[in-house]
Each structure stands twice: as structure tokens, then as C-alpha cells.
Design a protein around this ligand. Structure first.
Ligand code: ATP
Ligand code: MG
Length: 618
């Protein structure tokens, strides 16, 4: 069976309606960026600026800090930034915001890069000069701009816009004030530029210990916006950086570094989540000061905020996700229950589904909106249902023995059966399997005393008025109609197998198929050609919709039943399934061949991505 082809709309066809598009369209019609040219001093901007597309174009960026794996919230940011750039013929930068050496690692850089590529924006990537035919993301590192950031800091000091503060962290916190109280000026605020410059150089040369002093912007300690109360812009950290090694022992603060990164890369629209709204005045302040000093010449980028994606029963704090991994609550960053994109991928979610989910969740100014997890599954079903092959699988196998089989068809007879790979795509071909004297059925498809409305297998009985009730007649899907005659039990009373008789001439697709009226059709797998498979079934990782609401310890609401594993029997067409091939197991939902364990040690391993409909009950 060949790998499924996804026929969902190409990303190019996705035209999100959102307020950021209106901003971009207005900028384009006004020619805001028409005068842009790549310029500045060598080494200031991205080193490969010469090979980059027209600077006048829309330029967005996705700026993760490489301090963990990307999660489902990032999928939204990635979708938004890349799709807007694509829609307007621009470019989106993948930028690693690596200003915090103690928390950042190469492993995270690699996983982020892989994930962005997997999400399918590669047609949007640049040619890799070193490897013909290979596309790379437009990739940047904040750490590439450390020299510029340092020079910009010296400029701010010389212009009287920054000072070295030697208050203790406690003093600084106390003097910052709060929403109701203005801050108090640091006694070091009045130092001369020359003295500040000398101190700052000492900081950079490693003459002071971590935390001994910081460089702060000199703005306004009484500002109603606490972010403008002389924010710290450089701190001392005697730490080795994954890119710059031991070149630096001072590192820029995120709020200082980020606007500079955007400006040097000539980003036009700097899109971020709402929690950065209060940072925007500092973002603009800094870029204005650097423009005054002649350090930046292009029209400045502008920041726009949208409401972050919150998904029910999911946690999207990298710190908390790391805790789940490090404390062993899950098997790793790519545990299929994790909301990391590595986990969602292994679980079987597709780039198409994630993109559709992000698009449907909208782009708004509402910061408290929660999206139901069911919306992700809906996006998955809507994109997979039209394209993935079908297969039969028995998740809780119970043997069914057809007692008159040999008599009806001859001993050992195996009846070839066929079924469409996809009910609406005859071009996808037919699956082949066989029915014999013994088949596997779902344990739940047999009831000794059937409840009302149960139309699957039950044995003959006698009702309250003493009338004989025959055993049920059921069709084995794509096979014959059978009539249930009873069950065989072990000494302890457990059902070992169900017994039935076959009704000859009732095979699906033959003229006699309608000769027996049945109320139930069940799925099954032949005992002769069924294959054993391990099937992982997942439930929500947390039992509460907002696991960390109100400061609750999210570990207290971990769902103990988030993973169950079944030893299933699957139809023979699945023998050739490759890791990451996706299927609809009839009646059971959408499954993927595990990208790590499938075929490893000669085993078939499937993960349930989602059920056929939203069956999860709160
Ligand atoms: P942390 O959990 O450490 O705060 P983060 O999730 O904010 O990390 P970053 O690496 O800072 O991760 O984020 C990169 C980009 O992804 C930022 O532009 C951020 O606004 C965006 N982003 C992060 N979380 C979400 C989310 N839930 N919805 C939409 N965008 C998000
Ligand atoms: Mg963050």
C-alpha cells in the first residue's frame, strides 16, 4: 500500500482573515517599506543579506528561544508568520533568540529547525548555497548580533540613555515601585557617561561577578508603564554560549535584544503574543534612540500583538513541559501525549491538520480565549478522512469459530475478500484479506444477555414468556452473514470463543448478499492472515481543562489513564505500512504507524491519533 497523498489545500490557498493582514495591506498600499535597501556596516545585519529577497517586501519572523521543544502554540505563531510572508510574496525568518546561554542548547536548535521544516514551509525556504537543491529556512541567530548590540549599548551610554546600576537585585526590585507607586531613582542614575562607559567595559571584560551590576536604559522611573522604569538591558553571566562560546560574559536582555534583531533583519511586521504589548513602548523607544544615533537607518519594524493560543487540557509553558520530561511523567519530549510538535507528530497529527487548526482558531486581540482540544481532532479528521486508506483492526480480540465452515466450504478453505482502500476513491484500489473457519472479533461485539438495542452478536435464548429467541444474524463486513449459536467458556466462566454458523451465499458483493436480513455489521480480522500489532490509545494528559489555572500544581491533575496499550490483530494490508503512514481503522478512528517503534524489533506499532468522532466526555 502506498503512502497516503494529502489532498488538502496547499498552504498557498489558505487566506486567513485577520487584523494583521489589514495592517500589512495598508503598509503595502502606502509603500511604507518601498524605500528599503540592504545597508549598514558589514557584520551589522545578517551576514548573507546579499542573497536575500528584495528588502522592500513583507518580512516577518518566528523567534523561538532555543530553551525547549516547540509546542502547539508555536504552531500558530509559525503558521501566522510564514503564511503572511508567503501570501504577500515576502519572507519569514526563523530566528533563534539565543540571549540566555544557561538555558539554551544545540539539541533545541536542531529540534526547532526540524519541526519548522516538517510543518512544511520548505517551499518558502532559501537555497542552501553549500548544498545544491537543498532548501534551508532563512535562519538567523540573535547571537550573531552581539557585537552590534554591544556597540549600541555603548552609544546609549555615551548619549546619556543608559547607566550602570550597582544596586543589589533586591534594592532594584524595591525601587521599581508597582502599579500604584512610582519607582525611585537609583543613586547610580546620575553617574557621568564616562564613568558608566568605564564600568560597562569592566563588565564586558569580566572584572565583575554575576549580578554585581547591570546596564539599564535611562527612561523614567515614574512611568505608569513599569517596563519603561529603566529596564535592564545587559547583565553579567559568566556562562558559555552554544554559539559564541566564552567570547562574552555579559548578555543582552531579551527586551533589548529583540527590537535590535528585528531592525537588523529589516523585519517589517514583528508579530508576537499579547503579553508583549506592554513592551512595545520600550521597543519603539529603543529603535528611535538608535536611529537618532545613526546606528539604524531603515524604517523601523513595528510590533503587533495577537492573543496566544490556549488549548484545553494542554500546557504550553516550556518550563512545565520540561518538568514533565525531566521528572519522567512522560517518556520524552516526543511522547505522543505531549503538546510539543515533536509529540504531536509522533502521535500522528499532520502539518495540514495543525495548519488548519491554527487558521480556524483565528487571530484576535483576545488574550483569554481557550480553544477546545476537540478542534484539533476535528481538523485532523477533516484533513485525513478524505485521503487516508482504510483498514480493519481488532483492538480487543476474541476468537469467533464458525462451526459449519468446513462442511459449507471444505476443510481449511480460505475465502478471499476485498474492500476498497477508500470508499470514495476507487482509484486507490482494493485491499485483500481472507475469511476462514476462525476470525477475530471485538470482545465488546458479543453479549450473552444483550441490552436493548444491541444488534451485534448474542446467542439464542428464551424470553420471559418462554418463547425461543434466535441468536443474532450479523454480517462480517465484506464477508459472510453469520448466526451466533453460543460461546465456549473456561472453567472460571470466562468466554474463550464465540460460536456461529455461516449462511452460505450471503457474501458481500454477490447476488445473494441481501438474502439474509441483518441488523448489525461488525469488523473482524481473519485468524489465518491477521497480524499482531501493538496499538497505543491515548486520552488527555490532564483531567482539567486548564491544568495550571489559579496557580494549581498541574502535576496533581495528570490523567493516570492517558495511555493504554492494546495487543491488537490487524488486517494483512498493514504489513507494508511504513512509519508515519496514516490509516482509518474502521470503527476505531485514525491511526499512525509510530515513527520510532513501528518495524523496530519486527513489530507493528500504531498510535491512535483521534477517534472517528468526538467521544471524549468531560
Ligand atoms: P516560554 O514558555 O518559555 O515563555 P514561549 O512559549 O513564549 O516560551 P518563545 O520561544 O519565547 O516561547 O516563543 C517564540 C514565539 O512563539 C514568540 O513570538 C511567541 O509569542 C510565540 N508563542 C509562544 N507561545 C504561543 C502561543 N501559545 N500561541 C501563539 N504564539 C505563541
Ligand atoms: Mg516566551
Amino acid at each position: 500500500m502506498s503512502a497516503p497523498t494529502h489532498k488538502t489545500p496547499a498552504p498557498d490557498a489558505v487566506k486567513p482573515g485577520n487584523f494583521i493582514r489589514s495592517v500589512i495591506e495598508e503598509d503595502l498600499s502606502r509603500g511604507t517599506y518601498a524605500q528599503r535597501r540592504w545597508g549598514g556596516e558589514p557584520g551589522d545585519g545578517p551576514s548573507h543579506a546579499a542573497g536575500m529577497p528584495d528588502p522592500a517586501k513583507v518580512r516577518t519572523r518566528f523567534p523561538p528561544e532555543p530553551n525547549g521543544y516547540l509546542h502547539i502554540g508555536h504552531a500558530k505563531s509559525i503558521w501566522l508568520n510564514f503564511s503572511l510572508a508567503q501570501e504577500y510574496g515576502g519572507v519569514c525568518h526563523l530566528r533563534f533568540d539565543d540571549t540566555n546561554p544557561e538555558k539554551e542548547e544545540q539539541e533545541y536548535v536542531d529540534s526547532i529547525r526540524d519541526t519548522v521544516r516538517w510543518l512544511g514551509w520548505d517551499h518558502h525556504f532559501a537555497d542552501d548555497p553549500a548544498r545544491p537543491g537543498v532548501k534551508q529556512p532563512h535562519e538567523y541567530f540573535a547571537s550573531d548580533y552581539f557585537d552590534f548590540m554591544y556597540r549600541a549599548a555603548e552609544y546609549l551610554i555615551e548619549a546619556g540613555h543608559a547607566y550602570v546600576d550597582e544596586q543589589t537585585p533586591e534594592q532594584m526590585r524595591a525601587n521599581r515601585g508597582d502599579f500604584g507607586t512610582p519607582g525611585v531613582n537609583s543613586p547610580f542614575r546620575v553617574r557621568s557617561p564616562a564613568e558608566n562607559l568605564a564600568r560597562f567595559r569592566e563588565m564586558a571584560q569580566g572584572q565583575h561577578a554575576d549580578g554585581a551590576m547591570v546596564l539599564r536604559a535611562k527612561i523614567d522611573m515614574a512611568s505608569p508603564n513599569i517596563n519603561l522604569r529603566d529596564p535592564a538591558i545587559y547583565r553579567i553571566r559568566h556562562a558559555t554560549h552554544h554559539n559564541t562560546g566564552d567570547n562574552w560574559c555579559i548578555y543582552p536582555m531579551y527586551t533589548y535584544a529583540h527590537p535590535i534583531e528585528d531592525a537588523l533583519e529589516q523585519i517589517t511586521h514583528s508579530i508576537c503574543t499579547l503579553e508583549f504589548e506592554d513592551q512595545r513602548p520600550f521597543y519603539d523607544w529603543l529603535l528611535e534612540r538608535l536611529a537618532e544615533g545613526g546606528l539604524l537607518t531603515a524604517p523601523p519594524p513595528r510590533q503587533y500583538e495577537f492573543g496566544r493560543l490556549n488549548v484545553g487540557h494542554v500546557i504550553t509553558s516550556k518550563r512545565k513541559l520540561r518538568q514533565l520530561v525531566e521528572e519522567g511523567h512522560v517518556s520524552g519530549w516526543d511522547d505522543p501525549r505531549m503538546p510539543t510538535l515533536a509529540g504531536l507528530r509522533r502521535r500522528g497529527y499532520t502539518p495540514e491538520a495543525l495548519r488548519l487548526f491554527a487558521e480556524r482558531s483565528g487571530v484576535t486581540k483576545n488574550g483569554d480565549a481557550w480553544t477546545d482540544y476537540a478542534a484539533l481532532d476535528a481538523a485532523l479528521r477533516d484533513t485525513l478522512d478524505p485521503v487516508v486508506p482504510r483498514a480493519m483492526a481488532v483492538l480487543e480480540p476474541l476468537k469467533l469459530v464458525i462451526t459449519n465452515w468446513d462442511e459449507a466450504f471444505g476443510p481449511g478453505h480460505l475465502e478471499p475478500c476485498t474492500a476498497p482502500v477508500h470508499p470514495h476513491h476507487p482509484d486507490m484500489g482494493q485491499r485483500q484479506f481472507s475469511m476462514g473457519k476462525e476470525v477475530w472479533i471485538e470482545r465488546t461485539d458479543y453479549e450473552e444477555t444483550p441490552p436493548k438495542g444491541f444488534f451485534r452478536l448474542f446467542p439464542p435464548s428464551v424470553d420471559a414468556s418462554g418463547n425461543a429467541v434466535p441468536g443474532s444474524k450479523v454480517r462480517l463486513k465484506y464477508g459472510y452473514v453469520i448466526e451466533c449459536t453460543g460461546a465456549i467458556k473456561d472453567a472460571a466462566g470466562n468466554i474463550v470463543s464465540v460460536s456461529a454458523t455461516v449462511l452460505k451465499d450471503t457474501k458481500s458483493g454477490t447476488p445473494g448478499a441481501d438474502s439474509a436480513k441483518v441488523k448489525g455489521v461488525i469488523t473482524w480480522v481473519g485468524a489465518a492472515d491477521g497480524l499482531p500489532a501493538t496499538v497505543n490509545l491515548y486520552d488527555r494528559l490532564f483531567t482539567e481543562e486548564q491544568p495550571d489555572a489559579g496557580g494549581r500544581d498541574f502535576l496533581t491533575v495528570l490523567n493516570p489513564n492517558s495511555l493504554s496499550t492494546a495487543q491488537a490483530i490487524v488486517e494483512p494490508s498493514l504489513a507494508t505500512a511504513q512509519p508515519e503512514d496514516r490509516f482509518q481503522f474502521e470503527r476505531h478512528g485514525f491511526f499512525v504507524a509510530d515513527r520510532r517503534d513501528h518495524h523496530a524489533r519486527g513489530k507493528l506499532v500504531f498510535n491512535r491519533i483521534a477517534g472517528l468522532k468526538d467521544s471524549w466526555v468531560r
